[in-house]
Design a protein around this ligand. Structure first.
Ligand SMILES: [Zn+2]
Length: 415
């Protein structure tokens, strides 16, 4: 495993302000996707995981940046292993083709295409599909037959994409924008790649939902920004883009999300009333008010105490507890709780790249879904809580009599 490097910034990554206030400290943690081999535990590194608010533009962000090249080097997250996510993206693609009457042969991009999960949702052969992916996951998309540019997206890459593929009519970036330190370069790159009437669809976990519902486990090192429309409107204006429509969606890769439609400032797309409505709602909510976030930090602490009490109670009754699914955010939760293999005996996962390793920081063995069934452990902490309904209805674990502890927004045992 590569050694990670960290650097600290002291200005807001959207507006450059130093008017920043620390609002949440989730303790020092390893990068959340760095599942670790048992023999590598001694060399494991931890870095501060603290959220800061920019009081000028309203961006919530991490200021400690763990080297992205290192994180992506050993990237163990494959999107298509999530069936629920495939269904979600199919809805996004079908709606976009219909709404924007995408012509046959149009250039369509997906930035952060991962293993091709989004590209695979388009009807075969109808569009000219281009994926951009800096991590090793891109090899899976290429193997599936997609054109993949293996690079970090930004201002410098855009002219090369224009030259090689032409301007893009529709480009998506789902759960990737928040991973980028230089988001101004990223947004400027999209501006330069977009056709005159082109549309950029961004989907990201919504800060206001995260705070209101206490979904703090979506905070991890790979995730540098916690986005809302107010700071993004500031960013778009800087690079001659504008948001013209926004939708709320319930099942994104990390739970409740915003789906934002963005175009060039001079594009013909009329601004929908959803944009001014959401900007007003965010101002009324207090998007730039530190008190909002200090209250959030108190509720995060309360969730921790409640979950630890639930785990202690089950242990006292002689029940073993496992965890179900090993998404990145699950590691934020496990590490913030401070639990280890004495509290949670194993984590089940259907991703072969993680099985056999230990969870970062908490060092809980990752086993296959089948191994969890064979072990007949009666309770499992559901780390992918955003798919709770899906797993309660469909998982073999529940059919076999297992019960989930759904950790957020407050611990509940289901079914
Ligand atoms: Zn700012």
């Amino acid at each position: 495993m590569a050694a990670f490097s960290v650097r600290h910034r002291d200005t807001c990554r959207i507006c450059g302000s130093r008017n920043l206030v620390e609002v949440l400290d989730l303790t020092d943690q390893p990068p959340s996707n760095s599942f670790i081999a048992p023999e590598a535990v001694a060399a494991e590194q931890r870095f501060p995981l603290k959220m800061h608010l920019c009081r000028d533009c309203g961006l919530s962000q991490l200021l400690d940046i763990v080297s992205a090249e290192d994180i992506f080097d050993d990237y163990a997250y494959l999107s298509s292993t999530s069936r629920a996510l495939c269904t979600h993206y199919q809805g996004l693609v079908d709606a976009a083709i219909e709404r924007f009457k995408l012509p046959d042969g149009a250039v369509v991009g997906d930035i952060g295409c991962n293993d091709g999960i989004m590209l695979a949702r388009y009807p075969a052969g109808r569009f000219s599909l281009v994926g951009i992916e800096p991590s090793s996951a891109g090899a899976y998309a290429r193997k599936a037959g997609f054109t993949v540019v293996e690079d970090f997206f930004g201002r410098d890459l855009a002219p090369r994409l224009v030259e090689r593929f032409g301007r893009v009519k529709l480009v998506t970036s789902t759960n990737v924008f928040a991973h980028v330190d230089d988001i101004e370069s990223f947004a400027a790159g999209v501006q330069a790649w977009l056709a005159e009437d082109g549309v950029w669809i961004i989907e990201f976990p919504y800060l206001v939902d995260m705070v209101e519902r206490c979904y703090f486990d979506t905070i991890y090192h790979e995730h540098l920004c916690y986005l809302a429309l107010t700071p993004l409107a500031h960013l778009f204006a800087k690079v001659s883009l504008r948001a013209f429509r926004v939708e709320k969606t319930e099942v994104g890769a990390s739970g409740p999300a915003l789906r934002l439609f963005v175009c060039r400032a001079d594009a013909p797309h009329a601004e929908d009333s959803s944009i001014p409505a959401l900007l007003r709602a965010e101002a009324d909510w207090g998007i730039k008010d530190p008190a909002r976030y200090h209250d959030f930090a108190k509720r995060v602490e309360a969730v921790k105490e409640s979950l630890l009490a639930t785990l202690a109670d089950l242990k006292a009754k002689g029940h073993q507890v496992a965890a179900f699914c090993a998404p990145a955010k699950g590691n934020t939760l496990l590490n913030y709780l401070g639990v280890g293999p004495d509290d949670i005996v194993a984590v089940s996962e259907n991703n072969d790249l993680k099985i056999g390793k230990l969870t970062p920081g908490s060092h809980i063995p990752v086993i296959s879904d089948q191994a969890l069934l064979d072990a007949k452990i009666p309770y499992a902490l559901l780390l992918a809580w955003n798919y709770a309904d899906f797993f309660v209805a469909n998982s073999d674990y529940v059919k076999q009599g297992g019960r989930f502890i759904v950790p957020l927004p407050e611990p509940v045992v289901r079914p």
